[in-house]
Design a protein around this ligand. Structure first.
Ligand code: FES
Ligand SMILES: [Fe+2]
Length: 343
């Protein structure tokens, strides 16, 4: 098992210090259903990874063959071994080369023909990787995902051209609803938002807010009924978001959205949703609605300058409702992010 956090240069977009801190957390790299019987490429904190599996056993390694640097994710699986597409070297789940087709089986295989592998786990329908041999903190529990009274669906994962922290800040921000989401559920008359109390939890932050929104029969039509909705947010550091929305009359929705930090100014988003209403309605319509909401967010947040979240209090001006984002920035600073400029 490798620990890339032992001083290796990053050659990437993150500062070495930030990558080392974030690399100790678990991050999502794929939906579990996406990792089938072929290797999968993923990028985490500037590190290209290959993910592969043999039945229930999973592996994550640097996506580079130690023989001649070929991309292993372009290879394939054979008999539980990852096969490099260039000269066919085989690698086991522990990263060790087990076969070199161009040389006789009796020849010894060098220990140097070994992939750097990392801790990997599946939980909550996602594949998680940590770049440190000693992961810091748990993966989010999200126990609601096991509630059989709710219908579960996912959005296809999507790339987001801003930092994971900017994405999370937006997810937990309510003041943008009336502006960014005026084509879906936002209501201009509800623009004034009470500044929510933000409570620290064991793993992150909690806040609650009531928002009067528009509940459209067809979201791309203007008409709809008003709904007083109760939003409860539970956030887990560094990039895992959970929002519970109670629309009244027992209608509840959960949105679990977690950002995979790919580079310092880009991330990939994994969204899962639960609902206990409209169970007889086609799921495609709900997915289309949530994708429209996400597209409204991306249209704004992908153009925020800078893409990196300023952790310095003087970096941006806060308004009254920004208590969550001010607390989040402080939390990121507390775990040590933003201390060094050295890449
Ligand atoms: S580069 Fe992978 S086998 Fe040669
Ligand atoms: Fe939004």
């Amino acid at each position: 098992m490798s620990d890339l956090l032992t001083g290796a240069p990053t050659d990437g977009s993150f500062t070495r210090s930030d990558r080392d801190i974030l690399g100790r957390f678990w991050h999502p790299v794929a939906f579990a259903a996406e990792l089938g019987d072929q290797p999968l490429a993923a990028m985490l904190l500037d590190i290209p990874l290959v993910l592969f599996r043999d039945g229930d056993r999973l592996a994550a390694a640097v996506d580079r063959c130690p023989h001649r640097g070929s991309r292993l994710s372009r290879g394939w699986m054979k008999d539980g071994q990852l096969v490099c597409p260039y000269h066919g070297l085989h690698y086991g789940l522990d990263g060790q080369c087990t076969r070199i087709p161009a040389q006789a089986d009796s020849k010894k295989i060098s220990d140097r023909l070994r992939l750097d592998t990392f801790p990997i786990a599946t939980q909550n329908n996602l594949v998680w990787v940590c770049l440190s041999a000693e992961p810091k903190g748990p993966r989010p529990s999200w126990s609601e995902l096991g509630d059989s009274e709710f219908q579960h669906f996912t959005l296809p994962s999507f790339a987001c051209r801003t930092s994971a922290a900017r994405y999370c800040e937006n997810f937990n921000d309510v003041a943008h609803f009336s502006w960014v989401h005026r084509g879906t559920f936002g209501l201009q008359d509800s623009a004034e938002i009470p500044s929510p109390a933000v409570a620290a939890t064991d793993t992150g932050l909690h806040h609650e807010v009531v928002y009067r929104q528009i509940d459209r029969d067809r979201f791309d039509k203007g008409e709809g009924s008003m709904t007083e909705s109760f939003y409860r947010y539970d956030f887990a550091l560094p990039f895992a978001n959970h929002m519970r929305i109670d629309f009244g009359a027992g209608r509840t929705q959960h949105i679990f959205s977690v950002a995979q930090p790919t580079t310092v100014d880009s991330c990939r988003i994994f969204v899962q949703i639960l609902r206990n209403y409209d169970l007889d309605q086609p799921i495609e319509e709900a997915i289309r609605f949530e994708q429209a909401v996400a597209a409204e967010d991306l249209a704004v947040i992908e153009h925020i300058d800078p893409a990196e979240l300023p952790l310095d209090a003087a970096g941006e001006s806060h308004i009254w409702g920004d208590r969550w984002s001010a607390t989040y920035r402080k939390k990121l600073k507390d775990i040590g992010l933003g201390r060094s400029d050295r890449r």
